[in-house]
Design a protein around this ligand. Structure first.
Ligand code: CU
Length: 320
């Protein structure tokens, strides 16, 4: 095949794989039990997809929501999200491990998680009525060598997983867990930050009594928040994680490591700023999900400067 054709074909393939590289939450582990997420690379193409705890979305391009949509319901649980039809039980104080398919190294940024009480059945809840309480946040970890090490890099290092502790004192009930990566690689431009929210339903048990007030999804962020409109390629003295303040009842963040051992238990107590190193309870590497029906025509909105650089690299490699 002439090299120009190889290059053209490679460009298409590279774009498709780059888009697929954004990832989504494919599996959730609670108390050693696995729950399937909303498999956005499969379920939208199935006539009768299974009921899962993950909220459905139409983000089949694996794309994002940006600042132009912060007052649009799509920011709540991603594009055209509808409630998951199952809920996973979890005890207050327990841990929820969210396993992403993958995450691109260039997409540095914070990882944030919220809970919203459904005040009833989450499977029929009006998402615009949900009020989100921030229960976990990590932002810039180390900026000694900009763009630095971010929560998203820790997520990648932990086999693309993130562990959230359900606050001990939260009242039992049905909740939506809103878990999100915000990619900041283009955030020095207006509306350049990219939000990748993922929602699941939880049935929280326990004897807690706290019912903290929260923030509607459409009021979580503005396009000019200091942690949204920010240039990560220059040295930052501080980074203000976007969104409302962390709830005082939030548990200490647990950094999961990807050792694969099932023996470690985190002893997270103390204040939310305390860093506790824990051994992940994961028992095996996540299976790689290959998109069955990548839509090449839909990649355009998520191609970023970084993505184009990736494509160029692949083309060069293929020709040479
Ligand atoms: Cu991207």
């Amino acid at each position: 095949m002439p090299s120009t054709k190889v290059a053209a074909l490679s460009a298409v393939l590279a774009l498709a794989s780059t888009v697929a590289g954004h990832g989504f939450v494919q599996n959730i582990v609670i108390d050693g039990k696995s729950y399937t997420g909303y498999l956005v690379n499969q379920y939208p193409y199935q006539s009768n997809p299974p009921a899962v705890i993950g909220w459905s979305t139409t983000a089949t391009d694996l794309g994002f929501v940006d600042g132009s949509e912060y007052t649009n319901p799509d920011i709540i649980c991603h594009k055209n999200a509808k409630p998951g039809q199952l809920s996973a039980p979890v005890a207050a104080g327990g841990k929820v491990e969210l396993e992403w398919t993958t995450w691109p190294e260039s997409h540095h940024g914070p990882v944030i998680s919220y809970l919203a009480n459904c005040n009833g059945d989450c499977t029929t809840v009006d998402k615009t009525k949900l009020e989100f309480v921030k229960i976990d946040q990590r932002g810039l970890i180390d900026d000694s060598n900009p763009p630095g090490t971010w929560a998203a890099d820790q997520l990648i290092a932990a086999n693309n997983s993130w562990t959230v502790t359900i606050p001990e004192s939260i009242a039992p009930g049905n909740y939506v867990l809103r878990h999100e990566i915000i990619a900041l690689h283009s955030a020095n431009n207006a509306n350049g930050a990219q939000n990748y929210p993922q929602c699941i339903n939880l049935q929280i048990t326990g004897s807690g009594t706290a019912n903290p007030s929260g923030t509607p999804g459409e009021k979580l962020y503005t396009p000019t928040d200091p942690g949204i409109l920010v240039n990560i390629y220059q040295s930052l003295s501080t980074y203000a994680i976007p969104g409302p303040t962390l709830w005082s009842g939030a548990a200490a963040h647990v950094v999961a490591t990807a050792t694969g051992s099932a023996t470690g238990v985190a002893s997270a107590t103390a204040t939310p700023t305390t860093l506790v190193t824990a051994v992940s309870s994961r028992t095996g590497a996540p299976s790689v999900v290959t998109p069955e029906a990548p839509s090449v025509t839909s990649f355009a909105p998520v191609v970023t400067v970084t993505d184009v650089v990736t494509v160029t690299t692949v083309i060069t490699t293929t020709i040479s």
